[in-house]
Design a protein around this ligand. Sequence first.
Ligand code: NAP
Length: 562
Amino acid sequence: MTSPKTADYDAIVAGAGFSGIRSLWELGQQGLTAKCFEAGSDVGGAWYWNRYPGARTDSEAWVYALNFAPEVREEWQYSERYPSQQEVQQYMGRVNSDRFDLRKQIDFNTEIKAAHYSDSDNLWTITTAKGSSSTCRYFLAATGPLSIAKEPPFAGLKSYKGKWYQSSTWPKDKIDFRGKRVAVVGTGATGVQIIPKIAPIAKQLTVFQRTPNYVLPGRNYVIDEYQAVDIKQGFNANWKQAQEHPFGLAMNSTGHTIKSVGDADKIKQVLDSGWENGGFHYQFETFDDLFTDQESNDVASEYIRRKIAAVVKDPATAELLSPKYPFLSKRPPCGHFYYEAYNRPNVKLVDISHDEIDMYENGIQTNSGAKYEFDIIIFALGFDAATGALAEMDVRGSQNASLGEIWSKSLETFAGTLVPRFPNMFLVCGPHIPFGNMPIVLDIEVNWIGKTIQHMQKNNLAKIEVTQKAVDAWSSQLDEAFRATLFAESAKANHAWFVGANIPGKISTVLFYFGGVPTWASWLENEYKSNWASMNFFPAAGVEAKSDGIASSLPKKAVAAL
Ligand code: NAP
């Protein structure tokens, strides 16, 4: 690639989580030089930071992988159905990063502060918190959909004298909960994993719940030597199945709708089967119309409420734990003995749905005047999802356009990969990707990015920009898919993070695509099939660019639809 100014690297990757590692590998395959900056001291991303007790995946081991190298599959076997944080961290580090010598490309403990695009030389300059600056042609923002934690917004926290921790920046050293009075604030997927772990150890555990969740039983188990063989043998088939599943999971739709089944006993049997199978099988292998049909959703919601009532002995506590909104309005957590924890005499649930909390010197107080003393408070308050990490960074595109400012008003992408006015910046697992199992989604996305970069390299194209027409078409598709769900409104009302409703002041817009992985993947596939018809390419200065035999227009003029 010729260009007026030589870049320090062909590409710079932000973040060394699943997306960043997959990106580094892809860039290496293209023979490109790449550097990765990572704020943590090791690879892993979300799995590096979220090392709280009970942290494990909610996706099954056989689809929670990086699928770039067959030799990894042979070498590695997770030991449990839902791998623990420690195992995922090992898998990312030892198996993927060390095996392919990727660490040498990563600067750890190095946060990116700014990423600025220059229109004059088509390069990005990436500046780190340490003050170093490097230039690159392609900026791959692999900052993760759930990487910026919602900080405790409590004014009184400064006066609190006990210890407090955030789930998302959990200390490496073990915390001793024995004999302690502990509070957990937050009952999302994170709180749901922490609570049953601490309950048996703490002297007293008090859970502050604002909105209850529909918690599905995960039903974790140890993978024995026989299943391990089966997983290895079935890897490709499982992966393909997950790529074809709307949410990126190796699951089968049943073909049932609530109306097609009709009979009450049969309906119960279908729901029992999903429930007993564990985890997301309940929502994806029962009724295919749970997302779109009110009756179907009502029946599935009521089924869970009955399960809660059957497990939780105290009827008042069971009632508080039972959501009244439609199932799937919030992302359902996977629990392991979550509801059972409330049967312990040392565990108490405090309803704060109509009563705000704050801290005082000895613990937590409510607006209504109740006071609770604690030695330790744990905050599991969620994340500024999808856009948070990049909006926080000073990212400036063409003509100094600020990503943070633009995204504070409206959010536009092309299929979650490119952003108008931000040439040569590729999002990896950012906003507008399908809601679902991330390893599947990012594999498809990084593969597409690789192909697109290869196309540019081959044809001496210095710059890619997505057309506004393509962005508008994608926005309509995105809205349409979300409006087709029956929780488009209830998600906002119940502070769901996938619409940004959990962060005060954040624009309320759907952050993920609900039309399914295959449809999204077809949008990307259509690009290379149509020779990137939705993109404008610009040749390197002084170069008569050609693409696949088609002569380009003059330098600096768009070479559209090559
Ligand atoms: P979350 O689902 O957003 O839950 C945050 C919790 O904090 C909610 O219960 C929320 O109440 C509460 N909260 C927030 N601000 C509060 C305040 N000011 N006062 C009182 N309560 C407050 O966050 P999360 O649990 O971290 O989970 C986020 C996502 O991360 C999950 O849905 C999942 O996709 C991912 N995750 C995955 C795994 C896994 O794969 N195993 C594990 C953990 C997380 P409201 O509901 O009322 O807002």
